[in-house]
Ligand binder design. Structure first.
Ligand SMILES: Cc1cc2nc3c(=O)[nH]c(=O)nc-3n(C[C@H](O)[C@H](O)[C@H](O)COP(=O)(O)O)c2cc1C
Length: 490
């Protein structure tokens, strides 16, 4: 992962933990409405992919165990990981692109409800993403993947022996033998990208029919997926309009489609609003629907706070029931992956903004999303709209969460990595046992596992009590898959 060059080491220092009585009268543990539903507290576990689904995208016993473990901590909302809306193979990521996925998802919902006596609401994040290829072996790239065009042929005009044009296999061999700087003058930007990091589709590739047709396909795909989520028993859906994926790419200032779905802010927000309307029509007005989007893209030429403020007001005005804000996490500045691996959108400076870790700059890794989210919320309120805003990013303690609510900088506080480090954070704070919390160290151990598509765990608990009978472990038997249960002191 990219880290700021200042390399300043930060340690999370939680403010005072409240007594049970203080927690009971706090803002954080007071209810709030999301659509027709009431959250028991203003706490939220944002979507986190734990890499526990089957290769075919079905829910496993490990998924169920994972979410039920989070539910034991009784946050206000758990958002189930990014779940694919299409019926296409996508590796061990959850899918909801067909009715056959509903029974497994229903089991997951039931397990969560049981684990928290129905106190925690369970939402699911719905995602669409475009194709991305692994970084190829250069020899194979030139032999097989590169489509030879006249532009390449012109770089090697004459066959010295025949005086004619070189056959394509010779062009391929000649290209493969060129030093990087000469290659850069012959291959176009997309060909170089395909060679150096792996080819990646963009929403602006309108020469491809399936990309051109995204605006006519996606509202229905999202709507059907949301309907399945409702049928599986989820309390609501979160449309994934954030990070490096399709919907965020439509919103992006880099989207210059000329078909009415790119260019100006008004046109960039058009498809996200059409998707929302499609979903709303499919699930009804009484079903909570919101979205996750970016307060800033944090890439050159990308969306700024002004863009996000405009989108936030538009989403609220359209009738979304909540808005959850993340930041960064883009492909555009991702690091070059190893040969055979795919680019990962959390490896560059924008990835750092999404999941900032303890080696940081003067600002530090905590609360980097506070200022922009507060501004977006203020603009939404200024437009006369009361849509709840969920703020996430480097928040780990009660004092900060409470202050943000008191200052009206957010309505709900998200704890992703801190929730993973200690899913009992919520119940511990509420019952006056905050000092028993495993405070996240923000080393990004979890994020490194995510990057390698390995089962996500936390270093603060995955080697503890490994001899506990009946626990599930990683395939190598070295890590437990959920933290030990917390025994509440009498
Ligand atoms: C292992 C892991 C998986 C994640 N998966 C998702 C995801 O599926 N969808 C999403 O919107 N964000 C995802 N995120 C980002 C988090 O939801 C959150 O925005 C980020 O970690 C910053 O919040 P934090 O500082 O509280 O951890 C993931 C983060 C981690 C660590």
């Amino acid at each position: 992962m990219w880290r700021p060059p200042q390399r300043i080491r930060w340690t999370p220092k939680p403010g005072p933990w409240p007594t049970a009585a203080e927690a009971a009268s706090s803002r954080l543990f007071s209810p709030i409405a999301i659509g027709r539903l009431q959250l028991s507290s203003r706490t939220w576990v944002p979507a986190m992919v734990p890499w526990r689904a089957t290769e075919e995208g079905f829910v496993t016993a490990q998924n169920i165990e994972w979410y039920a473990r989070f539910a034991q901590g009784r946050p206000g909302v758990i958002v189930v990981e990014a779940t694919g809306i299409r019926d296409v193979p996508s590796g061990p990521l959850l899918r909801i692109g067909d009715d056959r996925f509903i029974p497994g998802l229903r089991k997951l919902v039931d397990a969560v409800r049981e684990a928290c006596d129905g106190e925690t609401l369970i939402f699911i994040q719905l995602i669409d993403f475009l194709a991305i290829r692994r970084r190829p072996d250069p020899a194979r790239y030139f032999q097989q993947f590169l489509k030879i065009t006249d532009r390449h042929r012109r770089a090697f005009p004459f066959d010295e022996q025949t005086g004619g044009a070189h056959p394509d296999h010779v062009i391929r061999a000649k290209l493969a033998a060129l030093p990087a700087d000469e290659l850069a003058a012959i291959l176009d930007a997309r060909e170089l990208e395909a060679l150096r990091v792996g080819a990646r589709e963009r929403v602006t590739d309108t020469h491809l029919a399936h990309i051109r047709d995204l605006p006519s396909q996606l509202p229905d795909l999202f709507a059907r997926a949301a309907r399945r989520a409702r049928d599986a028993g989820f309390d609501g859906v979160e449309l994934h309009y954030a990070h490096a994926y399709t919907m965020a790419s439509f919103l992006s200032a880099l989207n210059d489609r000329s078909d009415g779905y790119g260019g100006s802010r008004e046109d960039r927000v058009r498809l996200p609003l059409e998707v929302f309307r499609g979903v709303r029509a499919a699930v009804g007005t009484d079903y909570p629907v919101g979205c996750r989007f970016l307060s800033e893209e944090c890439i050159a030429g990308g969306n700024t706070l002004a863009d996000a403020t405009y989108f936030g007001v538009e989403f609220a005005r359209a009738g979304m029931d909540f808005l959850s804000l993340s930041r960064g996490g883009k492909f555009e500045d991702a690091k070059q992956p190893a040969i055979g691996a795919s680019a990962y959108p959390y490896t560059g400076p924008s990835g750092y903004e999404c999941m900032p870790q303890y080696v940081s700059d003067e600002r530090g890794p905590f609360g980097r999303n506070i200022e922009p989210v507060s501004a977006i919320r203020a603009a939404i309120r200024g437009a006369g709209l009361s849509t709840p805003v969920v703020l996430t990013g480097g928040i780990f303690d009660f004092a900060t969460a409470e202050r943000l609510l008191a200052r009206q900088q957010a309505d709900v506080i998200g704890l992703a990595r801190q929730g993973l480090a200690d899913p009992d954070w919520f119940i511990k704070v509420r019952t006056g046992h905050g000092s028993a919390i495993n405070v996240c160290e923000y080393t990004n151990y979890c994020e490194a596992l995510d990057q390698k598509h390995q089962q996500v765990t936390c270093q603060l608990w995955d080697r503890r009590q490994l001899d506990e009978p009946g626990i599930n472990k990683t395939k190598d038997g070295k890590r437990r898959l959920v933290p030990p249960r917390w025994q509440r002191p009498p």
